[in-house]
Design a protein around this ligand. Structure first.
Ligand code: ATP
Length: 420
């Protein structure tokens, strides 16, 4: 183009920086809008998940209309941001399209003027016009790519932010692996709070012998669950230390620490899949014989045999729904398979009827044989046989001893016992 007519070529190229400026300006605006849009998509999805997951609660409170209103609100915001994103995109696209067409008009007008002035032959004019079209076509394509870039980069940045979030609790660089554990546990001057402004446990001292069964009782919110959550390092102590077999748990690799601790919770989480998959979760390399043995010890084998597909029965959303007691047994079977030296039983049976509870208690008692067991209990009846009962209240550990000792001492426990 410059070879045909330098002046006209320079005039044509003046427009290029202006175009670049416009593209960058709209690109920045689109990135911001798309980031906002992806944030809204997150909220929108969370609302849908809540509504579907908690559908029974919504229905039982007959709060469908209320949920619909919340959904409509979220939807409105999502729609508004989506519209804003499309508007910005429409502006950016139409401006760049217009500019491209304007360049052609500009070349035609200038070329015609140069032709009238005799600075340009008709053939040269036509050649220049064709060449300018060829030259700007790739620019048009690059422009289209740049327009779609903000959409991709906004999503990618959000993804990176999540991926780059460091876990709060990680292995120390020189952390060791625990190969075998006896199960001696010590809490030494442990202080902890979920928020820095509120201390839940203050200077707790506690020593549990290997193989001992210790039950934690006390009013709701006293910190029983918190004490037990500190042991697998779900949270980090603020002051003091927790040791397992004399080794500070902060000096141990998380994976190896948690491999030696089993937790049976009240609300058992089952993965969608077969009964076999769910039991084998306790030990992914278990043999068929070991899985059946675990099921037998958890008194689950009869139920499995009575099902047409046996071990391969699909459970969860897409399959057979298990009862509360059956779920508990399955989680106990998982634990037999995992075979950890330390066990935490988190109010494992308080949601069951008396008969089922008695059966599950029997399986749990068998499970805890030879293991250090920490029981978080509400029902005082289920923990009377514990080696030691620890009463936790807002001041920390109020008293401890066997059932008989605590009844005779006439303290908090004996009063709780009378109330029950
Ligand atoms: N994840 C959390 N974030 C913030 N605070 C929490 C968290 N979990 C528990 N708490 C608070 O810590 C305190 C102790 O809770 P914890 O669950 O340990 O009590 P608990 O004795 O086990 O009670 P319950 O018998 O009702 O289960 C409570 O005041 C509770 O509100």
């Amino acid at each position: 183009m410059a070879y045909i007519n330098l002046e006209l070529a320079l005039l044509t190229f003046i427009i290029v920086p202006f175009m670049a400026w416009l593209i960058i300006k709209f690109g920045g605006r689109m990135t911001t809008t798309y980031r906002q849009l992806f944030g809204n998509v997150g909220n929108f999805n969370a609302r849908i998940e809540d509504n579907v997951g908690g559908i029974r609660v919504v229905q039982s409170f007959a709060n469908e209309e209320h949920e619909k209103k919340l959904f409509a609100e979220e939807n409105k915001q999502f729609r508004a941001t989506k519209l804003l994103a499309y508007k910005t995109m429409a502006k950016s696209m139409s401006v760049s399209y217009m500019l491209m067409r304007l360049i052609t008009v500009f070349v035609m007008i200038c070329g015609a003027w140069f032709f009238i002035q005799g600075k340009l032959e008709m053939g040269e004019f036509m050649a220049f016009l064709l060449l300018s079209n060829i030259f700007f076509r790739p620019i048009e394509k690059i422009n289209a790519v740049i327009e779609s870039y903000p959409k991709g980069i906004a999503g990618f940045k959000r993804y990176l932010e999540i991926m780059e979030t460091d876990p709060e609790i990680a292995d120390a660089p020189d952390a060791v692996s625990l190969s075998s554990v006896r199960g001696d546990i010590r809490f030494e001057g442990v202080t902890f709070g979920y928020e820095s402004s509120r201390t839940i446990l203050n200077n707790i001292h506690l020593s549990i012998r290997a193989g001992e069964t210790v039950a934690f009782v006390g009013p709701s919110g006293a910190g029983k669950t918190t004490i037990c959550s500190l042991l697998p390092r779900f949270y980090e102590v603020e002051q003091g230390s927790i040791t397992v077999d004399g080794i500070d748990i902060r000096d141990v690799q998380l994976r190896s620490l948690r491999k030696h601790i089993g937790i049976v919770q009240q609300d058992v989480f089952l993965f969608s899949g077969t009964i076999r998959d769910n039991i084998a979760y306790g030990d992914l390399h278990a043999t068929d014989h070991q899985i059946w043995e675990a099921a037998r010890r958890a008194s689950l084998d009869d139920l499995i045999r009575s099902l047409p597909d046996g071990m391969e029965t699909i459970i969860g959303e897409r399959g057979v729904k298990l009862s509360g007691g059956q779920k508990q047994r399955l989680s106990i079977a998982r634990m037999f398979l995992k075979n950890p030296p330390i066990l935490i039983l988190d109010e494992a049976t308080s949601a069951l009827d008396t008969e089922t509870e008695a059966q599950i208690q029997k399986s749990l008692a068998e499970l805890s044989v030879g293991r250090t067991t920490l029981v978080i209990a509400h029902r005082l009846t289920t923990i009377q046989s514990a080696d030691r009962i620890i009463v936790v209240n807002s001041d920390g550990i109020a008293e401890q001893g066997t059932h008989q000792e605590l009844i005779h001492s006439g303290g908090v426990y004996s009063r709780l016992h009378q109330v029950h």
